[in-house]
Ligand binder design. Sequence first.
Ligand code: COA
Length: 327
Amino acid sequence: MGVIVKGLGASLPEKVLTNYDLEKMVDTSDEWITTRTGIKERRIAGEDEPSSKFAIAAGKQAIEDAGLKPQDIDAVIVATVTPDMMFPSTGCIVASELRMGDIPAFDISAGCSGFLYGMSIADSFIRSGKAENVLVIGVETLSKITDWTDRTTCILFGDGAGAAVLSRSDEEGILAIEIRADGSKGELLYMPAGGSRMPASEYTVKNRLHYLKMNGREVFKHAVTKMPAISKLALEKAGVDIKDVALFIPHQANQRITVSTGERLGIDMDRVYSNIDRYGNTSAASIPIAWREAYDKGLIKKDDIILLAAFGAGFTWGAAVVKWRKP
Ligand SMILES: CC(C)(COP(=O)(O)OP(=O)(O)OC[C@H]1O[C@@H](n2cnc3c(N)ncnc32)[C@H](O)[C@@H]1OP(=O)(O)O)[C@@H](O)C(=O)NCCC(=O)NCCS
């Protein structure tokens, strides 16, 4: 018995925010943002568009792509740091809206590595016999926790969702998944208020503590070492050489992180997927959005080996080696 990726989906808000729009909001320039990050524009959810809206659309597309019905799904895992509410989970909202029945549904918080964490849990659910088909969604509306007066963070992030259906199969598709965390670095990328440590108050609102805070340089430094290292480990566990990887889809955090990771892995840039210019960093959603896009463009063929890697808040990081089994 093996586990395969049977379907992929993605959903993005319609509204586009360009670097030129940002020039009017904070002291920045298209030139600075482009050279430091590779980002040209990003999608932004409307006021009446919560994360669940994009999660449902992406999930629906992934289920259809898998040739399944929502009722065939045995569990829903939503990776997000911007759920609709603290509780109930966005996973419960998705399962209910898609009329999936009384199946387990929950959220996981693993920052930008969330989708790989979700895939790892889904893989274990299926291998242990608890489920046949699991829907994993990565979704963020980071614009809602972005401080639009802070030029060091507001230029980086975007909104959207991506999803995958993992299914039991006679073939093997998930060759390896490795996930890791180091909580001692938590405050290098975090949202201070709104939880039990610092509940919402007049003080927290006045001091802008409900927004994402980041030490960009430190995050950068760790991302460019952890992503290649865990990718190498996952490749080793899968018994795959980097030269046999057809496509590397890294978390889209910063084009400089992507290039540096590619160089450290020794893979040519024409086999490294990037769409950060159009969507910015969509955190847990970035890998499945990019994956679906590469698939739509015909860049992935049956039996191709795909490498995925991510790094994010926690710190968390991870990598997966997947053999594409769809025609
Ligand atoms: C955020 C990031 C793009 C900043 O790039 P950097 O090259 O490290 O830039 P620095 O922070 O050193 O800042 C350089 C200068 O540009 C300024 N600057 C920062 N943001 C700016 C902006 N949007 N526009 C113009 N100038 C800006 C800084 O104030 C600093 O000025 P100074 O030298 O006078 O102090 C980069 O650190 C990064 O991408 N980090 C990782 C972030 C990330 O991926 N997070 C999510 C992880 S999943």
